[in-house]
Design a protein around this ligand. Structure first.
Ligand SMILES: [Zn+2]
Length: 503
Protein backbone atom coordinates (compact mmCIF):
# COMPACT_ATOMS: atom_id res chain seq x y z
CA UNK A 1 0.00 0.00 0.00
CA UNK A 2 2.54 2.52 1.07
CA UNK A 3 4.73 1.93 -1.97
CA UNK A 4 1.78 2.72 -4.26
CA UNK A 5 1.17 5.75 -2.17
CA UNK A 6 4.79 6.80 -2.49
CA UNK A 7 4.65 6.68 -6.27
CA UNK A 8 1.30 8.43 -6.50
CA UNK A 9 2.02 11.40 -4.35
CA UNK A 10 3.23 14.73 -5.59
CA UNK A 11 5.35 16.98 -3.46
CA UNK A 12 3.78 20.39 -3.09
CA UNK A 13 5.01 23.73 -1.96
CA UNK A 14 8.42 23.36 -3.52
CA UNK A 15 8.87 26.69 -5.25
CA UNK A 16 12.35 27.98 -4.64
CA UNK A 17 12.91 31.35 -3.09
CA UNK A 18 9.68 33.17 -2.53
CA UNK A 19 8.97 31.77 0.91
CA UNK A 20 8.59 34.42 3.56
CA UNK A 21 10.29 34.59 6.92
CA UNK A 22 8.32 33.71 10.00
CA UNK A 23 6.92 36.12 12.50
CA UNK A 24 8.96 34.77 15.35
CA UNK A 25 12.47 35.87 14.67
CA UNK A 26 13.10 34.03 11.45
CA UNK A 27 15.78 36.46 10.37
CA UNK A 28 18.28 34.37 12.26
CA UNK A 29 16.92 31.20 10.70
CA UNK A 30 17.08 31.82 7.00
CA UNK A 31 19.16 28.71 6.55
CA UNK A 32 16.17 26.56 7.50
CA UNK A 33 13.72 28.32 5.27
CA UNK A 34 14.76 26.41 2.16
CA UNK A 35 12.06 24.01 1.07
CA UNK A 36 14.32 22.26 -1.42
CA UNK A 37 16.80 21.48 1.29
CA UNK A 38 14.06 20.25 3.54
CA UNK A 39 12.52 18.07 0.92
CA UNK A 40 15.82 16.61 -0.14
CA UNK A 41 16.66 15.67 3.43
CA UNK A 42 13.16 14.38 4.02
CA UNK A 43 13.40 12.19 0.96
CA UNK A 44 16.71 10.67 1.96
CA UNK A 45 15.35 7.93 4.22
CA UNK A 46 12.71 7.00 1.62
CA UNK A 47 15.23 6.95 -1.16
CA UNK A 48 17.41 4.75 0.97
CA UNK A 49 14.53 2.37 1.60
CA UNK A 50 13.47 2.38 -2.01
CA UNK A 51 16.94 2.06 -3.44
CA UNK A 52 18.29 -1.05 -1.77
CA UNK A 53 18.52 -2.70 -5.19
CA UNK A 54 20.02 0.31 -6.96
CA UNK A 55 23.64 0.50 -7.92
CA UNK A 56 25.64 3.32 -6.41
CA UNK A 57 25.89 4.99 -9.84
CA UNK A 58 22.15 4.92 -10.37
CA UNK A 59 21.53 6.22 -6.90
CA UNK A 60 23.95 9.10 -7.53
CA UNK A 61 22.11 9.83 -10.78
CA UNK A 62 18.75 9.89 -8.97
CA UNK A 63 20.14 12.25 -6.34
CA UNK A 64 21.69 14.45 -9.02
CA UNK A 65 18.34 14.69 -10.84
CA UNK A 66 16.37 15.31 -7.66
CA UNK A 67 16.38 19.12 -7.95
CA UNK A 68 15.03 18.82 -11.50
CA UNK A 69 12.32 16.43 -10.33
CA UNK A 70 11.34 18.87 -7.60
CA UNK A 71 11.35 21.83 -9.97
CA UNK A 72 9.18 19.96 -12.45
CA UNK A 73 6.75 19.24 -9.61
CA UNK A 74 6.51 23.00 -9.16
CA UNK A 75 5.16 23.44 -12.65
CA UNK A 76 2.06 21.36 -11.92
CA UNK A 77 -1.00 23.60 -12.01
CA UNK A 78 -2.48 24.30 -8.59
CA UNK A 79 -5.84 22.68 -7.78
CA UNK A 80 -8.69 24.59 -9.38
CA UNK A 81 -10.68 25.03 -6.21
CA UNK A 82 -8.67 24.67 -3.04
CA UNK A 83 -11.33 26.12 -0.77
CA UNK A 84 -12.82 23.88 1.87
CA UNK A 85 -16.49 24.77 2.21
CA UNK A 86 -18.67 23.09 4.80
CA UNK A 87 -19.74 20.37 5.41
CA UNK A 88 -16.68 19.44 7.42
CA UNK A 89 -16.06 16.03 8.99
CA UNK A 90 -13.25 15.84 11.57
CA UNK A 91 -12.06 12.33 12.48
CA UNK A 92 -10.13 12.94 15.70
CA UNK A 93 -8.34 9.73 16.70
CA UNK A 94 -7.03 10.28 20.23
CA UNK A 95 -3.49 8.97 20.93
CA UNK A 96 -2.70 8.03 17.31
CA UNK A 97 0.97 8.55 16.48
CA UNK A 98 1.69 9.36 12.85
CA UNK A 99 4.44 6.84 12.25
CA UNK A 100 2.18 3.85 13.01
CA UNK A 101 0.11 4.49 9.86
CA UNK A 102 0.96 2.95 6.49
CA UNK A 103 0.70 6.33 4.76
CA UNK A 104 3.42 7.59 7.12
CA UNK A 105 5.65 4.61 6.33
CA UNK A 106 4.73 2.07 9.02
CA UNK A 107 5.83 -1.55 8.62
CA UNK A 108 2.57 -3.18 9.74
CA UNK A 109 -0.68 -3.02 7.73
CA UNK A 110 -2.48 -0.99 10.39
CA UNK A 111 -4.36 1.40 8.13
CA UNK A 112 -5.52 0.35 4.65
CA UNK A 113 -8.57 2.64 4.66
CA UNK A 114 -6.73 5.62 6.14
CA UNK A 115 -3.98 5.07 3.55
CA UNK A 116 -6.62 5.11 0.79
CA UNK A 117 -7.98 8.35 2.28
CA UNK A 118 -4.42 9.74 2.23
CA UNK A 119 -4.24 8.88 -1.48
CA UNK A 120 -7.04 11.40 -2.02
CA UNK A 121 -5.81 13.97 0.51
CA UNK A 122 -3.12 16.44 1.39
CA UNK A 123 -0.91 14.55 3.84
CA UNK A 124 0.99 16.82 6.20
CA UNK A 125 4.14 14.83 6.86
CA UNK A 126 5.30 16.89 9.83
CA UNK A 127 2.34 18.08 11.88
CA UNK A 128 3.00 18.61 15.59
CA UNK A 129 0.49 18.76 18.43
CA UNK A 130 0.66 21.69 20.84
CA UNK A 131 0.60 19.47 23.92
CA UNK A 132 1.14 15.85 24.94
CA UNK A 133 -2.20 15.30 26.62
CA UNK A 134 -5.83 15.37 25.58
CA UNK A 135 -7.36 18.48 27.15
CA UNK A 136 -4.65 21.02 26.27
CA UNK A 137 -4.07 19.60 22.80
CA UNK A 138 -7.74 19.30 21.84
CA UNK A 139 -8.16 22.81 23.27
CA UNK A 140 -5.56 24.08 20.78
CA UNK A 141 -7.09 22.23 17.81
CA UNK A 142 -10.51 23.75 18.50
CA UNK A 143 -9.39 27.30 19.41
CA UNK A 144 -6.34 27.94 17.22
CA UNK A 145 -4.50 29.04 20.38
CA UNK A 146 -1.60 27.64 22.39
CA UNK A 147 -2.55 26.01 25.71
CA UNK A 148 -1.00 28.86 27.69
CA UNK A 149 -3.29 31.27 25.83
CA UNK A 150 -6.55 29.28 25.92
CA UNK A 151 -5.79 28.32 29.55
CA UNK A 152 -6.69 24.63 29.39
CA UNK A 153 -3.08 23.89 30.28
CA UNK A 154 -3.47 20.49 31.92
CA UNK A 155 -5.93 17.62 31.93
CA UNK A 156 -8.64 18.35 34.44
CA UNK A 157 -8.79 22.09 33.70
CA UNK A 158 -11.67 23.61 31.72
CA UNK A 159 -11.70 25.66 28.52
CA UNK A 160 -12.94 29.08 29.69
CA UNK A 161 -16.21 30.33 28.16
CA UNK A 162 -14.45 33.53 27.12
CA UNK A 163 -12.45 31.61 24.52
CA UNK A 164 -14.20 31.26 21.14
CA UNK A 165 -14.07 27.81 19.52
CA UNK A 166 -14.18 26.61 15.92
CA UNK A 167 -17.66 25.19 16.56
CA UNK A 168 -18.89 28.52 17.93
CA UNK A 169 -17.78 30.27 14.74
CA UNK A 170 -19.50 27.67 12.56
CA UNK A 171 -22.64 27.68 14.69
CA UNK A 172 -22.82 31.50 14.70
CA UNK A 173 -22.52 31.45 10.90
CA UNK A 174 -25.58 29.19 10.62
CA UNK A 175 -23.96 25.79 10.18
CA UNK A 176 -25.20 22.73 12.04
CA UNK A 177 -22.60 21.59 14.58
CA UNK A 178 -22.47 18.11 16.09
CA UNK A 179 -19.92 16.09 18.05
CA UNK A 180 -19.75 12.42 19.02
CA UNK A 181 -16.95 12.00 21.53
CA UNK A 182 -15.56 9.28 23.77
CA UNK A 183 -15.78 11.08 27.13
CA UNK A 184 -12.79 11.42 29.45
CA UNK A 185 -11.30 14.86 28.97
CA UNK A 186 -13.71 15.47 26.07
CA UNK A 187 -16.59 15.45 28.58
CA UNK A 188 -18.66 18.66 28.40
CA UNK A 189 -17.56 19.53 31.93
CA UNK A 190 -14.17 20.48 30.46
CA UNK A 191 -15.67 23.01 28.07
CA UNK A 192 -14.70 21.57 24.68
CA UNK A 193 -18.41 21.23 23.84
CA UNK A 194 -18.66 25.00 23.32
CA UNK A 195 -20.40 25.76 20.05
CA UNK A 196 -21.70 22.27 19.35
CA UNK A 197 -25.48 22.28 19.08
CA UNK A 198 -25.44 18.50 19.54
CA UNK A 199 -22.73 16.98 21.76
CA UNK A 200 -22.90 13.28 22.58
CA UNK A 201 -20.38 11.77 24.95
CA UNK A 202 -19.91 8.01 25.22
CA UNK A 203 -17.56 7.29 28.11
CA UNK A 204 -14.93 4.95 26.68
CA UNK A 205 -17.40 3.01 24.54
CA UNK A 206 -15.37 3.66 21.38
CA UNK A 207 -16.37 3.50 17.74
CA UNK A 208 -18.49 0.35 18.05
CA UNK A 209 -20.92 2.62 19.90
CA UNK A 210 -20.03 6.00 18.41
CA UNK A 211 -19.75 4.83 14.78
CA UNK A 212 -23.42 3.81 14.32
CA UNK A 213 -24.53 7.04 16.01
CA UNK A 214 -22.39 9.04 13.57
CA UNK A 215 -23.74 7.15 10.56
CA UNK A 216 -27.31 7.67 11.76
CA UNK A 217 -26.66 11.40 12.21
CA UNK A 218 -25.09 11.68 8.75
CA UNK A 219 -28.11 10.03 7.14
CA UNK A 220 -30.42 12.55 8.80
CA UNK A 221 -28.24 15.56 7.96
CA UNK A 222 -26.70 14.73 4.60
CA UNK A 223 -28.30 17.73 2.92
CA UNK A 224 -27.18 20.21 5.58
CA UNK A 225 -24.07 22.33 5.86
CA UNK A 226 -22.42 21.14 9.03
CA UNK A 227 -19.33 20.75 11.18
CA UNK A 228 -19.15 17.19 12.52
CA UNK A 229 -16.58 15.98 15.07
CA UNK A 230 -15.97 12.25 15.65
CA UNK A 231 -13.59 11.46 18.53
CA UNK A 232 -12.51 8.09 19.97
CA UNK A 233 -10.10 6.59 22.53
CA UNK A 234 -10.01 3.24 20.73
CA UNK A 235 -6.21 3.34 20.35
CA UNK A 236 -5.59 4.60 23.90
CA UNK A 237 -4.36 2.13 26.58
CA UNK A 238 -5.60 -0.43 27.74
CA UNK A 239 -5.16 -1.34 24.04
CA UNK A 240 -8.20 -3.60 24.08
CA UNK A 241 -9.91 -3.41 20.69
CA UNK A 242 -12.39 -6.21 19.98
CA UNK A 243 -11.23 -9.35 18.19
CA UNK A 244 -10.04 -10.05 15.58
CA UNK A 245 -8.20 -6.73 15.86
CA UNK A 246 -6.86 -7.32 19.39
CA UNK A 247 -4.65 -10.24 18.41
CA UNK A 248 -4.05 -9.21 14.81
CA UNK A 249 -0.38 -8.36 15.35
CA UNK A 250 0.52 -10.28 18.53
CA UNK A 251 1.36 -13.63 16.94
CA UNK A 252 4.85 -14.80 17.82
CA UNK A 253 5.19 -12.43 20.78
CA UNK A 254 5.35 -14.09 24.19
CA UNK A 255 4.87 -11.56 26.99
CA UNK A 256 5.37 -12.29 30.68
CA UNK A 257 2.55 -14.65 31.77
CA UNK A 258 -0.41 -12.56 32.90
CA UNK A 259 0.90 -9.30 31.42
CA UNK A 260 -1.76 -6.93 30.08
CA UNK A 261 -0.88 -3.42 28.82
CA UNK A 262 -3.48 -1.72 31.01
CA UNK A 263 -3.33 1.92 32.01
CA UNK A 264 -2.76 0.70 35.56
CA UNK A 265 0.24 -1.37 34.47
CA UNK A 266 1.67 1.34 32.22
CA UNK A 267 1.27 3.93 34.96
CA UNK A 268 3.65 1.92 37.16
CA UNK A 269 6.32 2.38 34.48
CA UNK A 270 5.48 6.01 33.76
CA UNK A 271 5.42 7.13 37.38
CA UNK A 272 8.66 5.31 38.22
CA UNK A 273 10.55 7.65 35.84
CA UNK A 274 10.61 10.33 38.51
CA UNK A 275 12.37 8.00 40.93
CA UNK A 276 15.99 6.91 41.02
CA UNK A 277 15.04 3.39 39.97
CA UNK A 278 13.05 3.97 36.80
CA UNK A 279 11.26 0.81 35.71
CA UNK A 280 11.05 -0.50 32.16
CA UNK A 281 8.79 -3.03 30.49
CA UNK A 282 10.73 -6.14 29.41
CA UNK A 283 11.25 -6.24 25.62
CA UNK A 284 8.59 -8.89 24.98
CA UNK A 285 5.97 -7.05 27.06
CA UNK A 286 6.79 -3.80 25.25
CA UNK A 287 6.47 -5.52 21.86
CA UNK A 288 3.17 -7.03 22.98
CA UNK A 289 1.83 -3.63 24.11
CA UNK A 290 2.85 -2.05 20.81
CA UNK A 291 1.25 -4.86 18.80
CA UNK A 292 -1.98 -4.44 20.72
CA UNK A 293 -1.84 -0.68 20.13
CA UNK A 294 -1.46 -1.42 16.42
CA UNK A 295 -4.47 -3.73 16.54
CA UNK A 296 -6.44 -0.78 17.95
CA UNK A 297 -5.36 1.34 14.99
CA UNK A 298 -6.58 -1.35 12.58
CA UNK A 299 -9.90 -1.36 14.43
CA UNK A 300 -10.20 2.42 14.11
CA UNK A 301 -9.24 2.06 10.45
CA UNK A 302 -12.16 -0.33 9.98
CA UNK A 303 -14.55 2.28 11.40
CA UNK A 304 -12.96 5.12 9.45
CA UNK A 305 -13.67 2.97 6.38
CA UNK A 306 -17.31 2.51 7.38
CA UNK A 307 -17.79 6.24 7.91
CA UNK A 308 -16.06 7.02 4.59
CA UNK A 309 -18.30 4.48 2.83
CA UNK A 310 -21.33 6.20 4.31
CA UNK A 311 -20.09 9.62 3.22
CA UNK A 312 -19.71 8.24 -0.29
CA UNK A 313 -23.14 6.60 -0.27
CA UNK A 314 -24.65 9.94 0.75
CA UNK A 315 -22.70 11.88 -1.87
CA UNK A 316 -20.88 13.74 0.89
CA UNK A 317 -17.48 12.65 -0.41
CA UNK A 318 -18.05 15.16 -3.23
CA UNK A 319 -19.36 17.91 -0.98
CA UNK A 320 -17.56 17.58 2.37
CA UNK A 321 -14.05 18.36 3.57
CA UNK A 322 -12.68 15.42 5.55
CA UNK A 323 -9.95 15.92 8.15
CA UNK A 324 -8.19 13.09 9.99
CA UNK A 325 -5.86 13.97 12.83
CA UNK A 326 -4.87 13.13 16.37
CA UNK A 327 -4.31 15.15 19.54
CA UNK A 328 -1.02 13.37 20.41
CA UNK A 329 0.79 10.10 19.92
CA UNK A 330 2.01 7.42 22.32
CA UNK A 331 5.48 6.47 23.58
CA UNK A 332 6.86 2.94 23.68
CA UNK A 333 9.98 3.51 25.77
CA UNK A 334 11.86 5.42 23.06
CA UNK A 335 12.83 7.76 25.90
CA UNK A 336 12.43 5.38 28.79
CA UNK A 337 8.76 5.77 29.40
CA UNK A 338 5.33 4.83 28.02
CA UNK A 339 1.99 6.58 27.38
CA UNK A 340 2.17 10.30 26.59
CA UNK A 341 3.64 12.75 29.05
CA UNK A 342 6.66 14.01 27.05
CA UNK A 343 7.17 16.23 24.01
CA UNK A 344 9.37 13.92 21.90
CA UNK A 345 8.18 13.16 18.36
CA UNK A 346 6.59 9.76 19.15
CA UNK A 347 4.13 11.79 21.24
CA UNK A 348 3.86 15.16 19.44
CA UNK A 349 4.23 14.10 15.78
CA UNK A 350 0.64 13.55 14.71
CA UNK A 351 -1.07 12.48 11.49
CA UNK A 352 -2.90 15.22 9.59
CA UNK A 353 -4.85 14.54 6.40
CA UNK A 354 -7.06 17.07 4.64
CA UNK A 355 -9.27 15.69 1.88
CA UNK A 356 -10.94 18.50 -0.05
CA UNK A 357 -14.42 17.89 -1.52
CA UNK A 358 -14.11 15.36 -4.32
CA UNK A 359 -10.60 14.42 -3.22
CA UNK A 360 -7.26 15.23 -4.79
CA UNK A 361 -4.37 13.18 -6.07
CA UNK A 362 -2.41 12.30 -2.90
CA UNK A 363 -0.06 15.15 -2.10
CA UNK A 364 2.54 15.35 0.63
CA UNK A 365 3.38 18.62 2.37
CA UNK A 366 6.83 18.44 3.96
CA UNK A 367 6.73 21.77 5.80
CA UNK A 368 6.31 21.81 9.57
CA UNK A 369 2.72 22.63 10.59
CA UNK A 370 0.74 22.67 13.82
CA UNK A 371 -2.44 20.82 14.83
CA UNK A 372 -4.01 24.13 15.76
CA UNK A 373 -3.63 25.38 12.18
CA UNK A 374 -6.81 23.43 11.45
CA UNK A 375 -9.09 26.09 12.91
CA UNK A 376 -7.96 29.03 10.72
CA UNK A 377 -7.79 26.64 7.74
CA UNK A 378 -11.41 25.60 8.13
CA UNK A 379 -12.65 29.10 8.88
CA UNK A 380 -10.96 30.51 5.78
CA UNK A 381 -12.07 27.54 3.70
CA UNK A 382 -15.70 28.04 4.72
CA UNK A 383 -15.48 31.72 3.85
CA UNK A 384 -15.75 32.81 7.49
CA UNK A 385 -13.72 35.55 9.07
CA UNK A 386 -10.47 34.34 10.63
CA UNK A 387 -10.01 36.21 13.93
CA UNK A 388 -6.74 38.10 14.01
CA UNK A 389 -5.95 36.86 17.51
CA UNK A 390 -5.50 33.23 16.40
CA UNK A 391 -2.00 31.82 16.85
CA UNK A 392 -2.40 29.09 14.22
CA UNK A 393 -2.17 29.94 10.52
CA UNK A 394 -4.33 28.79 7.61
CA UNK A 395 -2.95 25.84 5.65
CA UNK A 396 -4.91 26.76 2.51
CA UNK A 397 -1.79 28.15 0.76
CA UNK A 398 -0.34 24.62 0.85
CA UNK A 399 -3.52 23.32 -0.77
CA UNK A 400 -3.34 26.00 -3.43
CA UNK A 401 0.26 25.03 -4.19
CA UNK A 402 1.51 28.46 -3.19
CA UNK A 403 5.07 28.93 -1.95
CA UNK A 404 5.20 27.77 1.65
CA UNK A 405 5.43 30.24 4.46
CA UNK A 406 7.67 28.29 6.78
CA UNK A 407 6.70 28.50 10.44
CA UNK A 408 7.93 26.73 13.55
CA UNK A 409 5.67 24.40 15.56
CA UNK A 410 5.58 24.86 19.31
CA UNK A 411 4.44 22.41 21.97
CA UNK A 412 4.19 22.91 25.68
CA UNK A 413 3.87 20.94 28.89
CA UNK A 414 3.02 22.18 32.37
CA UNK A 415 5.22 19.42 33.77
CA UNK A 416 8.95 18.72 34.12
CA UNK A 417 9.77 22.37 34.76
CA UNK A 418 7.35 23.72 32.14
CA UNK A 419 8.93 21.89 29.26
CA UNK A 420 8.72 23.45 25.80
CA UNK A 421 9.48 22.19 22.28
CA UNK A 422 10.05 23.86 18.95
CA UNK A 423 10.16 22.04 15.60
CA UNK A 424 11.51 23.95 12.65
CA UNK A 425 13.33 23.00 9.49
CA UNK A 426 14.83 19.64 10.35
CA UNK A 427 15.25 20.02 14.08
CA UNK A 428 13.26 19.59 17.27
CA UNK A 429 14.55 21.38 20.37
CA UNK A 430 13.05 20.15 23.65
CA UNK A 431 13.64 21.29 27.19
CA UNK A 432 12.64 23.52 30.05
CA UNK A 433 13.77 26.94 28.82
CA UNK A 434 14.99 27.99 32.24
CA UNK A 435 17.10 24.87 32.69
CA UNK A 436 20.39 23.65 31.25
CA UNK A 437 18.78 20.44 30.04
CA UNK A 438 18.04 21.10 26.38
CA UNK A 439 17.90 18.32 23.80
CA UNK A 440 18.13 18.54 20.02
CA UNK A 441 17.03 15.99 17.42
CA UNK A 442 16.74 15.82 13.65
CA UNK A 443 13.17 14.55 13.36
CA UNK A 444 13.35 14.06 9.60
CA UNK A 445 16.36 11.73 9.69
CA UNK A 446 15.63 10.31 13.14
CA UNK A 447 11.83 10.32 13.61
CA UNK A 448 12.00 8.38 16.89
CA UNK A 449 14.44 11.01 18.19
CA UNK A 450 16.93 8.50 19.55
CA UNK A 451 20.09 10.43 18.69
CA UNK A 452 20.61 13.59 20.74
CA UNK A 453 22.55 16.18 18.74
CA UNK A 454 22.95 19.28 20.87
CA UNK A 455 26.69 18.87 21.53
CA UNK A 456 27.50 18.75 17.80
CA UNK A 457 25.15 21.61 16.89
CA UNK A 458 25.52 24.45 19.40
CA UNK A 459 24.58 27.03 16.75
CA UNK A 460 21.28 25.30 15.95
CA UNK A 461 20.55 24.96 19.66
CA UNK A 462 21.26 28.61 20.23
CA UNK A 463 19.07 29.80 17.34
CA UNK A 464 16.11 27.55 18.13
CA UNK A 465 16.38 28.37 21.81
CA UNK A 466 16.26 32.05 20.95
CA UNK A 467 13.07 31.61 18.88
CA UNK A 468 11.47 29.45 21.58
CA UNK A 469 12.33 32.01 24.23
CA UNK A 470 10.78 34.84 22.22
CA UNK A 471 7.69 32.72 21.62
CA UNK A 472 7.41 32.05 25.35
CA UNK A 473 7.90 35.73 26.18
CA UNK A 474 5.20 36.72 23.68
CA UNK A 475 2.78 34.24 25.31
CA UNK A 476 3.57 35.68 28.73
CA UNK A 477 3.03 39.22 27.48
CA UNK A 478 -0.25 38.38 25.81
CA UNK A 479 -1.92 37.15 28.98
CA UNK A 480 -4.75 34.61 29.24
CA UNK A 481 -7.93 33.92 31.15
CA UNK A 482 -7.44 32.32 34.54
CA UNK A 483 -7.25 28.52 34.44
CA UNK A 484 -10.57 27.08 35.58
CA UNK A 485 -10.87 23.71 37.28
CA UNK A 486 -14.37 22.20 37.44
CA UNK A 487 -15.41 20.14 40.45
CA UNK A 488 -15.96 16.51 39.57
CA UNK A 489 -18.40 14.00 41.03
CA UNK A 490 -17.24 10.52 42.07
CA UNK A 491 -18.34 8.89 38.85
CA UNK A 492 -16.41 11.37 36.73
CA UNK A 493 -13.31 10.92 38.87
CA UNK A 494 -13.55 7.16 38.41
CA UNK A 495 -13.92 7.52 34.65
CA UNK A 496 -10.87 9.78 34.47
CA UNK A 497 -8.83 7.47 36.64
CA UNK A 498 -9.36 4.89 33.91
CA UNK A 499 -7.40 7.26 31.66
CA UNK A 500 -4.58 7.18 34.16
CA UNK A 501 -4.26 10.91 34.73
CA UNK A 502 -5.97 11.37 38.06
CA UNK A 503 -4.65 9.76 41.22
ZN1 LIG B 1 -5.61 12.49 23.97
Amino acid sequence: MSSNFETAKILVGMTVGAHSRTETGANTLGRWAHPIHEVASALRPRLNRASSGLSGTLLRLVLALLPLVLLSACSDPPPADPMLPAPVVILDIDTLRADHLGCYGYRRPTSPRIDALANESFLFQWAFSQAHSTGPSQGSIFTGLYPTTHSLVYNGARLPDSVTTLAEHFSDAGFKTAAFVDGGFMDPIFGLDQGFQHYETHDWKGLDTIGPRVIDWLRRNAEENFLLLVHTYDVHADYTPPEPFRSLFTEGITPTPGFEPTVKQLEVIRKSQARDQALQLPAADLAFAEARYDGGIRFVDYWVGRILDELQALGLDRRATIILLSDHGEAFQEHGTVEHDRLYAPVTHIPLLIRPPGGTQGKVVESVVQAMDIMPTLLEGAGLQVPTNLQGRSLLPFLRGEPPREMPAFSESPYFGHRRAIAWGDHHLIGALESDHIELFNFRLDPLELEELSAENPQVVSELYDVAKRWQDSLNLRGAPETEVPSLDDEKVKSLQALGYLN
